[in-house]
Design a protein. Sequence first.
Lengths: 220, 295
Amino acid sequence: MKYKSVFDIIGPVMIGPSSSHTAGAARIGKMARELFGREPEWANISFYGSFAKTYKGHGTDVAIIGGLMDFETDDVRIIEAKQIAKEKGIRIKIREEESLTDHPNTARIRLGDKDGDIELVGISIGGGKIEIIELNGFELSLTGHHPAILVVHEDRFGAVAAVSTVLAKHKMNIGKMDVSRQDVGKMALMTIEVDQNVEDALLHELKALPEVTQVTKITD
Amino acid sequence: MFRNVAELVELAETNNKKISDIMIEQEMEVRNKTREEVFDTMERNLTVMEEAVERGLQGVKSHSGLTGGDAVLIQKYIESGKSLSGTLLLDAVSKAVATNEVNAAMGTICATPTAGSAGVVPGTLFAVQNKLNPTREEKLRFLFTSGAFGFVVANNASISGAAGGCQAEVGSAAGMAAAAITEMAGGTPSQCAEAMAITLKNMLGLVCDPVAGLVEVPCVKRNAMGAANAMVAADMALAGVTSKIPCDEVIDAMYKIGQTMPVALRETAQGGLAATPTGRELEAKIFGFSLNKKS
């Protein structure tokens, strides 16, 4: 079941005019920022489907930009997000894409700064609910409804066991776990949804594992 | 956890509870929250709804200038005492319009279930409260009952105009409102489901064709009619009228109709009212060009 809470239906409290094209877009932007781990210096945003056709009328562009600056769906600063980003020196490029995607409300965001960049694909599935379905070429399914840990690691035996051993040591229960890889034997991405927010000590321990190259956490 | 309307109604009736009770208990369990926490969150949503209606009734205007001010016109007409369809019905209509006018003006609203359909549930609630004099808790229960039915639609069909057309947004909202009105007026859980079914049946096939891609024309007036539809359907269900097609099958039909709806009629501003000569003209005027002629 995609919708689990009554507040997915009665809510969110948000700046209009569209839950999918404004609130959902803000959440995709916010999730992108969280996955990047800091405020980006630049972002290239591509809109597909209904997003591409109607983003101006729905404020999808300002909402995503607001999200990249960590604004919530009900933050009135969303209306002025373009101006605020400009004042902060964040460079934004927006493209309307023609190609068809599986979901009509799709955005691809590449964001970064001098120290690095990430690319992700988010979809807005209705009523303000979103999913991140691709991260740096890995397929995943991230809703932001649970705290989660993302682990980029070498695709070889023992990696899953090593990570889950650390989680067990910290008494973390795994609610859901996905492993996705680009090619056999190369890099893979573990998406682990957990019940409580993740302590930094656990992240450091995961980072220290020989198979692991990168660790990111998503808070509830 | 209930998966469909039949299970929701059965859970309520076998335990001698209201639909709102089932939704509240499920929320406590799924989110691991106390009853008080769940009510507190809903209280905030209710407050936002009240503020939005209040603001809309004072008169707002959207940035495009396409919508705003109609809620005020309807309220003045009600005060004139000339209303043909009745004060309560028109009050619901004006308050649904008020909320959506605020939404179109990029104001703060609570999505129910979406922003484009955010007028129906609060519009009907703030109208029927004048007749039924509910307590604060009963008003919050109205929202939980709405949420319970919306929850089923969202999980078994869709609440996205881009995926299922306006029937998935205003259609769902109207069905949710009809069920909640029925409970507030003392109807049984079965009657709530009948009200939802009767409403949604009359919203089937409704396309999403916003002029210029804005959540304004025809969205604001569709919320008006969604509220009217919900009020009448609730009255019918309370009178004992039932739907020959069960609520879950109506929801399923809505989903399948949405899947076969052309993309031009699913929130792309390419068909329907958006593609009329006047729709195109308004679009060109607002953006200084036509979105679809630009490649």
